[in-house]
Design a protein around this ligand. Structure first.
Ligand code: FES
Length: 340
């Protein structure tokens, strides 16, 4: 049983569980706190104690002034709660407030998914985790080849283990080397994050997510963030795939119904010759009207470049909702032209 921590002025709250620092608990709960080193050197994660009692703090190099100490300043990455707390902290609310990072990572795991996809998991150093918002992309690079732009498919609540969904037939040289060498590819540098469209948590509007093929990765990150933040609104997920193999995480999508109160998932197969617009028409016809006002919804679309703007145009002229976010818009042309 942990202690409840409330952050002012946002009112966001999280549980500080045993064995976790306040920073770890906040990030695990999906709250974007400014931080850098996670080890008490940079001072980025400073907060102020407004109510309650902190536990024993770990040693840190960063020095507060006497005035800051008098104001109750402390580092979230070095402290735990010893009672329920009210604190102030530097929360990030906008992707542009996250600095560009360059982190050397190791390949932690490569899993096959339905024969067509690789689920790549990279591990950052413990003291240099990646800070990002759900739905953002990064560039992966190894010496001697162009960088590969891809959406992070995992939740920002764990910046140390980063997941990516890769079509194993993708011609990018980095993907080819990954297929050939596996873990032997060596260290991979992650640069990012990029992308301005992230989850809009300001309003409790119904959320519609539409993914196409392996661009599902960006949507997965967003939905895991919805779960972590315990957002109450209805969630509808549609995953269009040009082959059955391309629904490579269908069971995982179904399992979200245990964590989300009002959630529907539908995998849609795109037959040969069927236009992407026909798929969207099917989606619109499937949206259940039971008490949900879809005119007030936010629609997030993640699709390969060749489909993305057609999907946006169709949705804009046919669907009720006009709040549309294109999650894969900022991926570089090379990746978008060849990914499918
Ligand atoms: S993140 Fe650097 S001091 Fe806490």
């Amino acid at each position: 049983m942990g202690f409840q921590v409330t952050i002012e002025p946002s009112g966001h709250h999280f549980e500080n569980q045993e064995g976790e620092t306040l920073l770890e608990s906040a990030l695990r709960s999906g709250i974007a706190i400014a931080y850098h080193c996670s080890s008490g050197s940079c001072g980025e994660c400073y907060g102020r104690l407004l109510e309650g009692k902190l536990g024993d703090r770990k040693f840190h190099d960063y020095r507060f002034t006497e005035q800051q100490k008098g104001d109750g300043a402390f580092l979230l990455c070095r402290n735990r709660a010893a009672s329920d707390l009210v604190i102030s902290a530097n929360e990030l609310d906008d992707p542009s407030s996250i600095p560009l990072q360059n982190i050397e990572t190791k390949v932690y795991k490569i899993d096959e998914a339905n024969g067509e996809y690789l689920i790549l998991q990279l591990r950052t150093p413990r003291s240099r985790t990646l800070q990002f918002f759900a739905g953002q992309t990064v560039k992966l690079s190894i010496p001697g080849v162009d960088s590969y732009s891809i959406a992070v498919a995992s939740c920002p609540c764990n910046g140390m283990f980063l997941q990516f969904h890769i079509n194993r037939n993708h011609p990018h040289p980095l993907v080819r080397q990954l297929i050939e060498k596996g873990k032997g590819i060596g260290n991979i540098v992650v640069e990012g994050p990029f992308g301005e469209h992230t989850l809009n948590v300001q309003y409790e509007r119904p959320l519609i997510f539409i993914a196409k093929d392996s661009e599902f990765g960006a949507i997965k990150s967003l939905i895991e963030q919805v779960i972590n933040l315990e957002l109450p609104q209805p969630v509808r997920l549609f995953w269009i795939a040009s082959d059955d193999e391309h629904h490579y995480m269908e069971n995982y999508c179904r399992s979200w119904c245990e964590q989300l109160d009002d959630y529907h998932f539908r995998g849609i197969k795109q037959e040969k010759g069927e236009a992407i617009e026909d798929m969207l028409e099917k989606i619109c016809a499937t949206l259940d009207p039971s008490g949900v006002d879809y005119s007030q919804s936010d629609t997030y679309i993640a699709a390969p470049f060749q489909d993305l703007y057609r999907m946006q145009a169709w949705w804009k002229s046919h669907a009720e909702s006009q709040n549309i976010y294109l999650m894969t818009e900022n991926r570089d042309r090379y990746a978008n032209k060849t990914d499918s």
